[in-house]
Design a protein around this ligand. Structure first.
Ligand SMILES: Nc1ncnc2c1ncn2[C@@H]1O[C@H](COP(=O)(O)OP(=O)(O)O)[C@@H](O)[C@H]1O
Ligand SMILES: O=C(CO)[C@@H](O)[C@H](O)COP(=O)(O)O
Length: 476
């Protein structure tokens, strides 16, 4: 019997990755990728070019269904004819941090937002970018007729180019990152769009988890797609007690959950999952690129940084790095910078600096794991994914910093796999997504005895320094 093929696209911050899989088993049969330009303000046309390059050479031949997982939150503005008004402002663009503060105050505080959409706006969220646009670019704001997200736009482009476009669509997962759609009620909050932008905008139709966005002229199904983290959760098949930590451009910590999270501190955002439930998530702006920056500071590459970090003892000889190189979102410190403490003549070695980069990046994420735990999420183990999970030093330090077993799923593009699984689900029209096995790779145990004490000291020193430099509250 000929096998049915499905494809999943991960249109993320740094690149576009496409996996073609067997629809019944999830086995990957072909892969393609292409880079995106750097920056936090990017023309969406680059995503389309990267998608075309990644799928060139017949990559999608015989594919019966596909779906797009995309970087969350980006503001893509369209005019009345569906043309791009300006470059997209991405999730990691912090220019709307003042707008976020204003919006929180205007609605009546953080709890009012949690009540409305289970999230407290920070600069990453689309609603704050709308306010920034209205305030700073009145001409572009006037021309803006519709706002969509990166995965919505790419899904629309695919359908337009292959003859099956009817309407702009999104899904629950990505819609929940706008701050004007509620995962609790499943409805848009048009009043919040009006609050942010001063008038209403056309918004994409929110599809259910296995709904079809359209069919191409040759009959391929284009599924709803979703945000990249929701895609990764579907690709990993997260179970109760599993917390995923993704080390890409962003660092994310998330888990499947059956209820809104209600975090008035704004540390954990109450997103929706791609399966109809909830996906509480904490996100940092600083993950894999802290290591790239560390390597470049040390005049080496990522392999060199790994070698150095593995030479140093836990605690980096007393060095502690707050890794806020791009400002920070969680904690909400958009104006913050990286900060190194504890430097002496005797510990000033490349090895200690390399280790401090790895420990600092992971301690920042461990605070996210703690925040999920504090909100009642069971943390039996951490599943580590994303580009920087390939680092040997990260694999050594992660169980020490997280303090629970760390599972490294077999290397794979889990966002793309999740999108492909969603495509197979929409193709099959079943109640549940198809059962695909996720090959579990290594399982790393947390330290015990003296090593546990040393690990606790690293976390303790990080938390103390964090509070000293940026006492709870905003930076700047
Ligand atoms: N062995 C490695 N050690 C550390 N970082 C790595 C390694 N391999 C890849 N990376 C980093 O992973 C990042 C890309 O990860 P990815 O999850 O694809 O990010 P994104 O989804 O944000 O585009 C890049 O910043 C890259 O430098
Ligand atoms: O803003 C978030 C999550 O809320 C980010 O996780 C983006 O979705 C970008 O993801 P990567 O490109 O880093 O994977």
């Amino acid at each position: 019997m000929e096998r049915r093929l499905v494809a999943g696209v991960d249109s993320s911050t740094q690149s576009c990755k496409v996996v073609v899989c067997d629809a019944d088993t999830g086995e990957v049969v072909r892969e393609g990728r292409a880079s995106h330009p750097d920056g936090s303000e990017v023309s969406a046309t680059h995503w389309w070019r990267a998608y075309e390059k990644a799928t060139s050479g017949g990559l999608l031949e015989g594919v019966a269904a596909l779906a797009v997982g995309g970087q969350q939150h980006g503001m893509v503005t369209l005019d009345e004819r569906g043309k791009l008004v300006r470059d997209a402002l991405l999730w990691n663009d912090t220019r709307s941090s003042g707008a976020a503060e204003d919006l929180v105050r205007e609605l009546g505080g953080a709890l009012a937002w949690v009540d409305a959409v289970d999230c407290v706006p920070v600069a990453s969220f689309t609603v704050t970018k709308l306010r920034w646009l209205a305030e700073h670019e009145p001409d572009n704001a006037r021309r803006t007729h519709r706002v969509v997200l990166p995965h919505d736009w790419l899904t629309g482009q695919i359908l337009q180019s292959r003859g099956g476009f009817h309407d702009w669509t999104t899904d629950r997962g990505d819609a929940s990152g706008t701050c004007y759609w509620s995962a609790t009620t499943g409805d848009y909050r048009h009043d919040l769009v009006e609050l942010a932008f001063g008038r209403q905008l056309e918004l994409p139709r929110v599809l259910g988890p296995a709904e079809v966005a359209g069919r191409t002229h040759d009959g391929a199904v284009v599924a709803a797609g979703t945000g990249d983290n929701m895609g990764a959760a579907l690709g990993l098949g997260l179970r109760t007690g599993d917390v995923a930590v993704s080390l890409g451009t962003s660092g994310t910590v998330f888990a499947e959950h059956d209820a809104p999270i209600g975090d008035g501190n704004g540390y954990v955002a109450g997103f929706a999952s791609a399966t109809g439930g909830h996906l509480p998530l904490a996100c940092t702006l600083n993950a894999a690129r802290v290591l790239t920056a560390g390597a470049s500071m040390l005049g080496t590459d990522l392999a060199g940084l790994d070698r150095l970090a593995l030479e140093a003892d836990p605690g980096a000889g007393g060095l502690t790095l707050l890794p806020y190189l791009d400002g920070e979102r969680t904690p909400n410190l958009p104006e913050s910078t990286g900060n190194l403490s504890g430097l002496t003549r005797s510990n000033a070695t490349p090895a200690n600096l390399a280790r401090a980069c790895v420990e600092g990046m992971l301690c920042n994420l461990a605070a996210g794991v703690d925040a999920l735990r504090d909100k009642g999420i069971r943390v039996n183990r951490v599943l580590l994914i994303g580009g920087a999970s390939a680092s040997a030093a990260v694999r050594r330090v992660a169980p020490q910093v997280f303090g629970v077993p760390v599972v490294l799923p077999a290397p794979g593009e889990y966002v793309g796999l999740g999108a492909a699984r969603q495509a197979a689900w929409a193709l099959g029209g079943t109640d549940e997504p198809p059962q695909w096995d996720v090959a579990r790779g290594l399982e790393l145990e947390p330290p015990v005895g003296a090593a546990l004490e040393a690990a606790r000291e690293v976390r303790g020193r990080y938390d103390a320094w964090q509070q000293q430099v940026y006492p709870t509250g905003a930076a700047g």
